[in-house]
Design a protein around this ligand. Sequence first.
Ligand code: PEP
Ligand code: MN
Length: 360
Amino acid sequence: MNEAKFKDWGFPVGRMFLAAGPCSAESEEQILETARALAGHDVGFMRAGIWKPRTRPGSFEGVGLKGLAWMDRARTETGLKIGTEVAEPAHVEACLEYDVDILWIGARTSTNPFSVQAIADVLKGTDVPVLVKNPMTADIGLWVGAIERLANAGLTKIGAIHRGFASTMEMRYRNAPNWKMPIELNRHMPEIPLICDPSHICGKADLIHTIAQEAMDLLFDGLMVEVHPDPPSALSDAAQQLTPAQLISMVDSLELSREESDSPVFTDRLGRLRESVDELDGQLLELLGQRMDIVAEMGRLKAAQSVSTLQPHRWQEIVDDRVEKGRGLELSEGFVLQVMQSIHEEAIRRQEADRVEGAE
Ligand code: PEP
Ligand code: MN
């Protein structure tokens, strides 16, 4: 999609745009060792967190300014470009002093418009590339808004990082991938390059390949992956870091997708399948329209009898029944639930709107 942009911005791009490096800069040795292992592998930039935003106080909070000096040294020695996370204006100022090649705004910071605006204000007048991680919660407006704040400050090299979303659901991942969010971001802002951070989505090293492959299948422009010379001894995010060698072989093993193919057989077959999907979508929408008309009629009946719009028992019956029917059609419970919740929400909205209108 947009990976050429990274090249235009002066970053090396190999099979894809690749940012790699430790969660945190821990020692000069660790930074130099990582940089030496990554050099020569088309790494776009080496990442390392200097100021670590930790959910709870008392965990390792980063080495601060001296980490920038280590990274600068690694850059001089290996030629790698360097990038780090900024969360407040003082961080940006320090990075500008060290001429850091690229900055990113973390998930805890992109959640807060005040912080993003303060960062945008100090970046005004520069053209440093900045990547914006999605906010912790699945709020597309906040993510788009953070990017807009940077663009309004005059920055032109802005990208986005998908790092998954906090969730209370039990799941295999540390953060829910919720792929529809980055897809939505791309729909809103197709010109913004988008990379995936499988490390923070997965939370575990052995899951990273699966998510990285999924990101490639969804046409992401690249990856940001945490690597550490000795992951078990990492001071933060130990379970999710790969060694540099594991990263290189993981990236080599990824299958890259393209948006189009010139095979006529493929194009023809896909075209026909798309027609079927279009047709079915039309039928689905028509059925939904019919269903809503009936729901509206039910709403008028309920209103006339002063019966509540929400009927909890009926709703529970619908959920149980549709989930069961879905199971027979190989539709997952989560999916059926989500669809039914959306339909139910719209039905309630329609009935309530009619009620308010009727009462006026
Ligand atoms: C990080 O990149 O190390 C980090 C803290 O990530 P996030 O902001 O995605 O939690
Ligand atoms: Mn991390």
